[in-house]
Design a protein around this ligand. Structure first.
Ligand SMILES: NC(=O)c1ccc[n+]([C@@H]2O[C@H](COP(=O)([O-])OP(=O)(O)OC[C@H]3O[C@@H](n4cnc5c(N)ncnc54)[C@H](OP(=O)(O)O)[C@@H]3O)[C@@H](O)[C@H]2O)c1
Length: 224
């Protein structure tokens, strides 16, 4: 499949690299590919995009617009505070009618502690859906760290749960198929996109668990 991954951070790289390995044609989007490639490593991001790209020559690095144009299916892996702006810069005409896998989180640390800039009565996924009414937004994968998104078997043999939600049933089915190809087997459909409120608010708890464990490679199992 032709897939456009918007975002060059650890999530964009994990998803693009996994999709490349599965044989998909992947274009990764950035505001400015040359600037992104030239960015030095940081404490948060010890591997530069250039180093990553050296090992993933099958992934083309282009602008957000070119990645969106390329994809039959799109992935939003941009910073939550900038996601609507990033998608706008890609152009609604390149997003309309497509499934958009939304992995972003509306995290806000401006008060000195973790919060959500959306509040409790809406989600970033719904904001994106409202900004692009003809897109088929599917929220998923935002509840686990990047390495777990693309290799769930690395944690507890994969016996844990990933959530999906969205208003378009067919788009959710396509995205669930993609998740299965990543190794996910316990995929819990939470219904329409308003469930993204809970999936995003879960990050307030995720952050505490991560701090307690000192490691981000964990997930929850919904035992029934
Ligand atoms: N890190 C994780 O393990 C994890 C887990 C679950 C969910 N998430 C969510 O996944 C998303 C991506 O996270 P990340 O850690 O990979 O990277 P990130 O640093 O949150 O986002 C990087 C991407 O955002 C774009 N961006 C930043 N500011 C922008 C602006 N003002 N306008 C347009 N685009 C902008 C960057 O564009 P350039 O390419 O031009 O630099 C880059 O592509 C976030 O929403 C995050 O909350 C992350």
């Amino acid at each position: 499949m032709r897939i456009g991954v918007l975002g060059t951070g650890v999530v964009g790289r994990a998803i693009a690299g996994r999709l490349e390995g599965l044989g998909h044609e992947v274009v990764m989007g950035s505001r400015d590919p040359a600037a992104a490639l030239g960015r030095p490593a940081s404490g948060w991001d010890p591997q530069t995009l250039a180093e990553w790209h050296d090992g993933h020559g099958g992934v083309r690095l282009e602008t957000f617009a070119e990645a969106a144009e390329h994809g039959e299916l799109l992935v939003n892996a941009t910073n939550g505070a900038a996601s609507v702006e990033a998608l706008r810069s890609a152009g609604a005409e390149r997003i309309n009618g497509k499934a958009v896998v939304d992995i972003s989180n509306p995290l806000d640390f401006s008060a000195g502690h973790p919060g959500l800039f959306t509040g409790w009565d809406e989600s970033l996924a719904e904001r994106i859906q409202r900004a692009f009414p003809r897109a088929k937004v599917v929220k998923t994968l935002n509840t686990v760290t990047a390495s777990v998104m693309v290799d769930p078997l690395s944690v507890a043999g994969g016996d844990h749960t990933i959530f999906v939600c969205g208003d378009d049933v067919d788009a959710k089915a396509r995205v669930s198929e993609l998740l299965r190809s990543f190794g996910w087997s316990d995929i819990l459909d939470l219904g329409d996109l308003s469930s993204a409120r809970g999936a995003e608010a879960y990050l307030m708890w995720w952050i505490r668990v991560r701090a307690t464990l000192g490691d981000a490679r964990f997930n929850v199992k919904i035992a029934r």
